[in-house]
Design a binder for this molecule. Structure first.
Ligand code: SAM
Length: 238
């Protein structure tokens, strides 16, 4: 997938909601973006974008940033990139980062399908996608973020040995994720083929997880490692 292909993509995995941008969030977006925000081009050189070394974790669709902020606080030695389209969420995270003096996070505003192609291959150590919009109606399934072409792009930007971690509280989406990920070239299920993972204690609880549990939903974790793509096996002589 190229940057142009991403830009042409008509089916979006999100609905733009601007509604409830508070004054403090608007102030944060204006005042703090220069400190934490990146333009897509900056993804071509992460060393310069962060100005510090360390393994890089990308969270796609961080929402209000519950996981992103908790992880960045817990691991100052790592670097965290967050991609989100929801501006009130971005504003909220900017406020939290500044209030806590967290410096190992950089944010991008936009559609992950359009931003990922800016990243060089193999530069990420970890990708997190927690509680992506489930699009439960069958006619909306095509809007789900986890699709074969998108997963191929995730595989491209992960380094060999890197990790992919997803979680959802929708059983039908969990099964869809499992099916797509099991078929993806270059990924190995860390829980064993066809299996969901045990919830790692390291995954911070997010707003959407709390909401799902309050509604009585179960939660499914999926964890994969980036492996070299299978090479075609030599055919035995006839
Ligand atoms: C259901 S919310 C979950 C938020 C957060 N991960 C949590 O667990 O609280 C899904 C988020 O993904 C974002 N999102 C959906 N599609 C996206 C895309 N293509 N690129 C970036 N963000 C996206 C939405 O704006 C929304 O904030």
């Amino acid at each position: 997938m190229t940057a142009q292909d991403g830009a042409r993509r008509a089916v979006r995995s999100f609905v733009r909601r601007e509604g409830r941008l508070t004054r403090a969030q608007a102030r944060a977006l204006e005042g703090l973006w220069p400190r934490y925000g990146l333009r897509p081009e900056a993804l071509q050189d992460l060393e310069q974008a962060f100005g510090r070394p360390g393994p890089v974790t990308l969270e796609i669709g961080f929402g209000s940033g519950d996981a992103l902020v908790a992880l960045a606080r817990r691991h100052p030695e790592r670097r965290y990139l967050g991609i989100e389209v929801y501006r009130p969420g971005i504003g909220r995270v900017l406020q939290r980062l500044a209030a806590e003096g967290i410096e190992n996070v950089r944010l991008l505003e936009g559609d992950a399908t359009e931003l990922l192609p800016w990243l060089p291959a193999g530069v990420l150590d970890e990708i997190l996608i927690f509680f992506p919009d489930p699009w439960p109606k069958k006619r909306h399934h095509k809007r789900r973020l986890i699709q074969p072409a998108f997963v191929a792009e995730l595989v491209r930007v992960l380094r060999p040995g890197g990790r992919l971690h997803l979680a959802t509280d929708w059983e039908d989406y969990a099964l869809h994720m499992l099916e797509v990920l099991e078929r993806a070239e270059g990924l190995e299920n860390l829980a064993g083929p066809g299996c969901f993972a045990t919830r790692p204690a390291s995954r911070p609880e997010t707003r959407f997880e709390r909401r799902g549990r309050a509604r009585g939903h179960r939660v499914w974790d999926l964890r994969y490692g980036r492996v070299e793509a299978r090479r075609p096996q030599p055919q035995p002589p006839m």
